[in-house]
Write a protein that binds this ligand. Structure first.
Ligand code: CMC
Length: 423
């Protein structure tokens, strides 16, 4: 039990109860309300859970005021510069950076599990030709539970995690090949994670595809930057679904669906659509910003604002730098270069506009990621799939942590009923 000074008192209906305070390792404090209803009959009301800590977690730390993001204590800037995606995946899942033999064994296992069962490959052909790749990926990950039905245990979970991380690039590439009506390209074991994915996307049986090493490095970096972001909408969904003891495939499929929404991962597609719209409508960024500020207009400046960051998203800072490098490779005046110019202009206007300054709205990770994907030739409807590919280790780590949590409980919020009384 917490000491007396670590309690907060609330009085209600003539009764005073003391609620313990909890403190995290970065001095974040919370009121432990687990016994609130039992002691007072009250529940809390917090739409969007903006003030609710749903769990204790040792995976990712964010300080939204100072723009800090760390995975397992390591600053995102250091991981972006020095690590690879698979190394970060191991870090998130296991809590420590891998030793060299651990990383080699992990990479080797992933490489050897990239193939999909041939029946599974045919699953895609049942879906409409113009199916958006995000629901296709969500359905395919859910369908993995039908191919791997062994009960989950400490022994089998490792294999399940490997299968997910290994097959997700294949599923993602197949969802795109299905969309454009090209034959599937099998994975190749001599390629690294990102090069293999891009080859499965762009090679055809008639023509090989050689990936530019800068593009492979940038894609790997993008996956690192998206790998985890604590209790966001999709991660909370994965935890919520997992809390019913649904299996990992089902939980992650739900996370992919949650990520698809335009206020979450779907924002990266919406950003590029916004930039293209501005480019096609006289390129006037000021006019678009005015619409985003107008309360009678539902338009938002996509890629701006964040529930947690009230300063520049550190991932956006890193991406802007890479954007400049990638854009240096495309011809001046090309569509991608024009979109980057508009993005910079939008940022400049918004960062000096009182509306955005007052509400602490800054570019988030999605603001520049789409411009990079576009310049690398990744199709717009695959942007959110790229986010899902990156977020996979984070979802896995969070799901595993919640399963091992001594406070583990099925997720089940309360409500304030405001409907008709008995009639
Ligand atoms: N453009 C214009 N106004 C905005 C924007 C925006 N992008 N974002 C927030 N606002 C305004 C909002 O209208 C509100 O104004 P007021 O106080 O006058 O009512 C105020 O800022 C606070 O907004 P909110 O919607 O209450 O904030 P939230 O924390 O609930 O929402 C958000 C966060 C990310 C959903 C929101 O900022 C947004 O819709 N941004 C655009 C979509 C986007 O880029 N999403 C990607 C998020 S980062 C990737 C990820 O983690 O998924």
């Amino acid at each position: 039990m917490a000491p007396a000074q670590n309690r907060i008192e609330i009085s209600y209906n003539g009764k005073t109860v003391a609620l313990p305070l909890i403190e995290g390792t970065e001095a974040e404090a919370a009121i432990d309300i687990r016994n609130l209803r039992q002691q007072t009959g009250l529940i809390t009301f917090d739409p969007g859970y903006a003030n609710t800590g749903a769990c204790k977690s040792a995976i990712t730390f964010i300080d939204g005021e100072q723009g800090i993001l760390r995975y397992r204590g390591y600053p995102i800037e250091d991981l972006a510069e020095k690590s690879t995606f698979l190394e970060v995946a191991w870090l998130l899942i296991h809590g420590e950076l891998p030793s060299r033999p651990e990383l080699e064994s992990f990479s080797g296992e992933i490489t050897r599990h990239t193939l999909l069962h041939e029946n599974f490959a045919r699953f895609f052909s049942a879906l409409p030709k113009d199916a958006h790749p995000m629901p296709v990926c969500a359905a395919a990950v859910a369908a993995m539970a039908t191919f791997y039905q062994e009960p989950e245990s400490d022994d089998t979970i490792h294999k399940t995690v490997i299968r997910l991380l290994a097959k997700m690039p294949t599923i993602a590439a197949y969802s795109y090949k299905h969309y454009i009506g090209q034959p599937f390209i099998y994975p190749r074991n001599d390629l690294d994670y990102c090069s293999n994915f891009v080859r499965m996307m762009f090679a055809t049986p008639c023509e090989e595809y050689e990936i530019d090493p800068l593009y492979a490095k940038t894609l790997d970096l993008l996956l690192i930057l998206h790998a985890d972001h604590e209790q966001n909408c999709s991660t909370s969904t994965v935890r919520m679904v997992g809390s019913s003891q649904a299996n990992l495939f089902a939980s992650i499929s739900s996370g992919i669906s949650a990520l698809w929404g335009p206020l979450h991962g779907g924002a990266n597609q919406k950003v590029i659509e916004m930039l293209e719209w501005i480019a096609q409508n006289d390129g006037n960024a000021d006019r678009f910003v005015a619409r985003a500020k107008d309360k009678n207009d539902t338009t938002r400046l996509m890629g701006f604002g964040h529930r947690v960051y009230k300063s520049y998203d550190p991932r956006a800072t890193i991406l802007k730098k890479y954007c400049e490098q990638i854009l240096a490779k495309v011809p001046a005046g090309s569509p991608s270069a024009k979109l980057f110019d508009i993005a910079r202009k939008l940022e400049e206007i918004a960062l000096s506009d009182e509306y955005f300054v007052k509400r602490k709205l800054y570019p988030n990770v999605d603001f520049y990621s789409g411009v990079i994907y576009k310049a690398m030739g990744i199709p717009t409807n695959m942007f959110t799939v790229m986010f899902a590919l990156g977020r996979m280790p984070g979802w896995v780590a969070q799901w595993l942590e919640s399963r091992r949590d001594p406070d583990f409980k099925i997720g089940r919020p309360r409500q304030i009923y405001v409907g008709a009384t008995k009639r």
